[in-house]
Design a protein around this ligand. Structure first.
Ligand SMILES: [Zn+2]
Length: 316
């Protein structure tokens, strides 16, 4: 019964914290996002993804650092107390949330691997200097797709080489390789795991920021930016959008308005106007981490007692 109560209380605290933080993030993220325009696109993408994952990260950290140890250390083992109705209900909600997340992510991952497997069945390896395999597939669309998490590859449709010239193709390929380098497919899978109502706008903003970040990573001169813009224009005329799997990135994807915004941004690309990255010295990061660890260590016993009082209240 002690273990059952511990599990119910841990899942209850996780559920309350995760749900509460998710509501806070869904309501307030746009206020933080306003300031991101000052920094490069990849900063914006990382910031949005960090904000999106914050509820899960904090809830897991608090559960394993405080809730579980406080219950194990401070709860009397001998008492044959049954699991109360409130922790039972809240704990079940927490467990259901975790299970739904796992199911959701697994379904999306499997659907993507099935689709990609059928696309690459007759794929031919393209010789090139890229570190990631590039396969030519006999489809018109999607023109270029970066797929896979553990064994990443780029799929290139037959139409691409017919439509793009060599430098446009190189820029477009660099864009897809940037997605793979930044592990955007893994991040998409994690987003499926943390699916929560009210987060759609934040996730769309993150998707748009990752596209800008991959565009920036693909070009380093105004000429290359124009090549990528030309590739986007030519490939967006190719055909209607196919139903590409969620856990993959395609060069052109709906809505077209966001593709148009990228084209305008690339045409206006200027080396001298590139925004400086946020300067964060490693020493600063080490100092902040050490301060947090020291603060947690000093107040740990007290915090455990407080958390235990809170869980006691929940158990009754
Ligand atoms: Zn992209």
């Amino acid at each position: 019964m002690f273990a059952a109560r511990g599990i119910a209380v841990s899942f209850s605290m996780f559920f309350l914290l995760y749900g509460g933080l998710s509501v806070v993030v869904a309501t307030l993220w746009a206020r933080v996002w306003v300031h991101s325009e000052r920094y490069p696109a990849w900063h914006g993408a990382d910031l949005l993804f960090g904000i999106r994952m914050l509820p899960l990260a904090i809830s897991l950290a608090v559960t394993f650092t405080f809730t579980v140890p406080s219950f194990m250390l401070l709860e009397p083992h001998a008492i044959r107390e049954p699991v109360g109705a409130i922790p039972l209900v809240l704990g079940s909600c927490g467990l259901i949330l975790v299970l739904l997340g796992i199911l959701n992510a697994t379904a999306a991952g499997l659907a993507a691997s099935r689709t990609i497997a059928t696309w690459v069945r007759d794929g031919r390896l393209v010789k090139g200097e890229s570190s990631v395999p590039v396969l030519r597939i006999s489809r018109v669309v999607p023109a270029l797709t970066a797929a896979g998490i553990f064994r990443p590859l780029v799929l290139m449709s037959d139409a691409v080489e017919a439509v793009l010239n060599a430098s446009e193709l190189r820029s477009a390929l660099r864009h897809e390789l940037a997605h793979l380098r930044r592990r955007d497919n893994l991040k998409k899978l994690l987003l499926r795991f943390v699916a929560f109502p009210g987060m759609a706008a934040l996730e769309v903003a993150w998707l748009q920021a990752t596209e800008k970040a991959a565009d920036d990573a693909a070009v380093s001169t105004a000429g290359e930016a124009l090549d990528l813009a030309a590739a986007l224009i030519k490939l967006s005329r190719l055909a209607t959008f196919p139903s590409a799997p969620d856990i993959a990135t395609t060069l052109i994807h709906a809505p077209l308005a966001s593709v148009n915004a990228r084209i305008e941004r690339l045409i206006a690309w200027n080396e001298r106007q590139q925004k400086p990255a946020l300067a964060l010295s490693p020493l600063y990061a080490v100092c902040v981490t050490l301060t947090i660890v020291a603060a947690v260590a000093v107040t740990y016993n007290q915090a455990l007692e407080r958390i235990h009082i809170a869980t006691e209240w929940l158990v009754r």
